[in-house]
Design a protein around this ligand. Structure first.
Ligand code: AHR
Length: 321
């Protein structure tokens, strides 16, 4: 037998009002959040999942969690199952930007509010979600570009850059590329000579960097990796090719995970731009606010910094992910 959660809640309310149940029976009913996660592709994602799970526990919210293994069809299936289960709120971090309209309309028709976390969707109809909380990925790309422009300001000749992109079609890959290019294109000495996806993973970051090195070897001056995991994989490839990471090839990445700080302390990574995965507490607050009919801003932007290798040892003890 399946129980319709809303009908059940209504029945509890009626009984409580009639004095048949204690008046706190309603207050004891937990909010239910269905969360469709991208996957477990990076150290960042693991920290993000942990933040969501622990914040839900802390907030007394029942969490239904699914891991889409970086496949959009799996995320859509999970969202549909949350709709069928009539959860109170659905949240997800969309693996790619496009292709969400149909399932979001289904959630809207079922009157289940949707929160986007970490990554955005591309839709003209912003009534399909309540709020989008997460980083400004274009700005992260700009920060990476500005750091490079400053570092290479006295360099006279060409600066050959290779780029390891994140998952094709994902918001962070599209936006970080855009922000970085916007800054470096102002000076023609910067040339992006190769750009390919490493799908945000260490394994693919290493694989693609090996191919870059095979094709261009010592011609490469800079690596811009859209996340730390790909940079860490690439560092291995650079060492195996007999080159010194962060010396022969300047390496810039994004996230600020502990692994990146360890690489900086070891002198193998030049800089990481922060992208915080600790979105759990903010998400649980938003779930509560929605259920209490409090208005939420359409966009909640995470505050973030940038950490060059010179500050890595000092900052490392206070890193939370
Ligand atoms: O969407 C955030 C990105 O996804 C992080 O930069 C990356 O590490 C993750 O997999």
């Amino acid at each position: 037998m399946t129980i319709d959660r809303r009908a059940f809640t209504g029945a509890v309310a009626t009984l409580a009002l009639a004095g048949w149940l204690p008046s706190n029976a309603l207050a004891q009913k937990k909010l239910v959040l269905g969360f469709a996660q991208v996957g477990a592709e990076s150290e960042w994602r693991t920290a993000n999942t942990e933040s969501i799970k622990s914040a839900a526990k802390e907030a007394g919210i029942e969490l239904k969690f699914s891991d889409a293994q970086q496949k959009q069809e799996n995320q859509i299936k999970a969202i549909r199952s949350y709709i069928a289960q009539k959860v109170d709120v659905i949240a997800f971090s969309p693996v790619v930007e496009s292709g969400w309209e149909t399932v979001l309309r289904e959630a809207k028709a079922a009157k289940i509010p949707v929160i986007l976390t970490d990554r955005a969707v591309s839709t003209k109809d912003d009534s399909l979600y309540v709020t989008f909380m997460g980083s400004d990925f274009v700005e992260e790309g700009r920060k990476a570009g500005r750091w490079l422009v400053e570092k290479m300001k006295d360099q006279k000749g060409e600066v050959n850059i290779v780029e390891l992109q994140g998952t094709v079609g994902s918001a962070p890959a599209i936006d970080r590329k855009k922000g970085f290019e916007e800054i470096v294109k102002a000076d023609p000495k910067f040339k992006i000579i190769r750009s390919k996806t490493g799908d945000f993973t260490r394994v693919k970051g290493k694989e693609v960097m090996e191919a870059f090195l095979k094709a261009d070897g010592k011609k490469i001056n800079v690596l811009f990796a859209h996340n730390d995991d790909m940079a860490i994989g690439a560092i291995q490839a650079i060492e195996e090719a007999g080159l010194k990471p962060a010396k022969d090839i300047t390496i810039i990445s994004i996230d600020g995970v502990k692994g990146a700080f360890e690489a900086m302390i070891a002198g193998k990574l030049n800089v990481t731009v922060e992208c915080s995965p600790l979105l759990g507490p903010q998400l649980m607050q938003a779930v509560k606010d929605i259920k209490a009919d409090k208005p939420l801003p359409k966009r909640i932007v995470t505050e973030e910094g940038i950490f060059p290798m010179e500050v890595a040892s000092k900052e490392f003890p206070s890193r939370k992910y």
